[in-house]
Design a protein around this ligand. Structure first.
Ligand SMILES: Cc1cc2nc3c(=O)[nH]c(=O)nc-3n(C[C@H](O)[C@H](O)[C@H](O)COP(=O)(O)O)c2cc1C
Length: 354
């Protein structure tokens, strides 16, 4: 039995250099299955390979610079051991017939360089409490180089693409915001100044990977201190055409989350508005199901949907959508606790039927 509802999502999609067999993508999701040196545990090979039927898997976020390493246990793509662990994951996904992009980020400077000297971790894995420090102009000028190194590593390992994480309420998202970015140098102030860092990073990364293998996740609907960005339309009306001119593989954009909608002031930015300013491949995310995802793709607002939590519970989500089969419910297991439970133990359809 094939589901007519799913038809728009089951169409192949050419996204830049990526030939995707369907439009049901796996959203980036941090799960913290790392070893003490921040390379991946072997169990992650199984987790990602189980999900290889996604049109594209977008990896959990990977740190590109020791001084922007987020918090402990987040994976990185800097040392040889970290790269080797990701190569095994990429190979496992390819062997299972899939495609995978590396999501790259920088958390902002959460520790000061001097602190690294006494660190006994793999490279400055931050210890709590995190101490955010203002990035200097020199830090920002150097950041494209760090992202380019991450992109180089990802492509060398065999990742099919890289995605720059300027989404959620993360560092690169906040520097775009008129209310959060308080800088007075060329990286703050006007919409063009606030976009400068991201565009510099994209220039460096596209030089390494080729624009047709680069995606970016943006966050017009992220919240910061309890509100949506009042300058968001001005910012993204400038940024989106410039992203389009780069010829990227895709732009990924989230709707406002239910939690943010319930707790934030200000206006959200509908994905229809984003589409008006971005003619290229547009991937939507946040709380999509089969029907509203298929509807958004059929109507042309989006080209594909990135599903997050449904892919945790359903390793074979495209097959379930295609067959109109019931979905596994997400159990209450914590996302970030070590081990197999809630990670690789959700059944695929064949094992349910058997
Ligand atoms: C456990 C978990 C980890 C996440 N980690 C990341 C991440 O590393 N990078 C990112 O861009 N988004 C991350 N997200 C957000 C997801 O990519 C996605 O946008 C979000 O879950 C909404 O989609 P959904 O409603 O289909 O789950 C995470 C979400 C979850 C549930």
């Amino acid at each position: 039995m094939s589901s007519l509802t799913a038809a728009p999502l089951l169409q192949p999609l050419d996204a830049g250099a990526l030939e995707l067999p369907n439009r049901i993508l796996m959203a980036p999701m941090t799960r913290l299955r790392t070893l003490p040196d921040l390379s991946m545990q072997p169990i992650a090979e199984t987790y990602y390979a189980q999900r290889a039927s996604a049109g594209l898997i977008i990896s959990e976020v990977l740190t590109v610079a020791p001084y922007g390493a987020g918090y402990g246990a987040m994976p990185a793509l800097i040392t040889d051991a970290q790269k080797a662990s990701w190569k095994k994951i990429v190979d496992a996904v390819h062997a299972a017939g899939g495609r995978i992009a590396a999501q790259l980020w920088h958390s902002g400077r959460v520790r000061l360089a001097e602190e690294f000297a006494n660190d006994d971790g793999p490279f400055a894995a931050p210890r709590h409490p995190l101490m955010p420090a203002t990035l200097s102009r020199e830090d920002l000028a150097a950041m494209p180089r760090d992202f380019a190194a991450g992109a180089r590593a990802a492509i060398d390992i065999g990742f099919d693409a890289v995605e720059i994480h300027a989404g959620n309420a993360m560092f690169l998202a906040n520097i775009l915001r008129g209310d959060a970015n308080q800088r007075t140098d060329e990286f703050g102030g006007s919409a063009d100044n606030r976009a400068r860092l991201l565009l510099n990073i994209l220039e460096a990364v596209t030089n390494v990977a080729g624009a047709s293998r680069v995606g970016v996740k943006i966050a017009p609907n992220s919240s910061f201190q309890g509100r949506f960005d009042p300058t968001v339309r001005e910012t993204f009306a400038r940024l989106l055409p410039r992203l389009a001119a780069l010829g990227l593989a895709y732009v990924q954009v989230n709707r406002a989350s239910t939690v943010d909608l319930a707790s934030c002031t200000g206006e959200t930015t509908p994905l229809e508005w984003v589409r008006q300013h971005y003619p290229g491949t547009l991937v939507g995310a946040e709380n999509f199901g089969l029907e509203d995802g298929a509807h958004a793709v059929a109507g042309g607002t989006l080209d594909a949907i990135a599903y997050g939590r449904p892919f945790i519970a359903n390793p074979d989500l495209p097959a379930r959508f295609a067959q109109g089969a019931p979905l596994n419910e997400l159990r209450g297991d914590p996302y970030f606790v070590d081990g197999e439970r809630g990670y690789i133990d959700y059944p695929a359809l064949e094992s349910v039927e058997a």
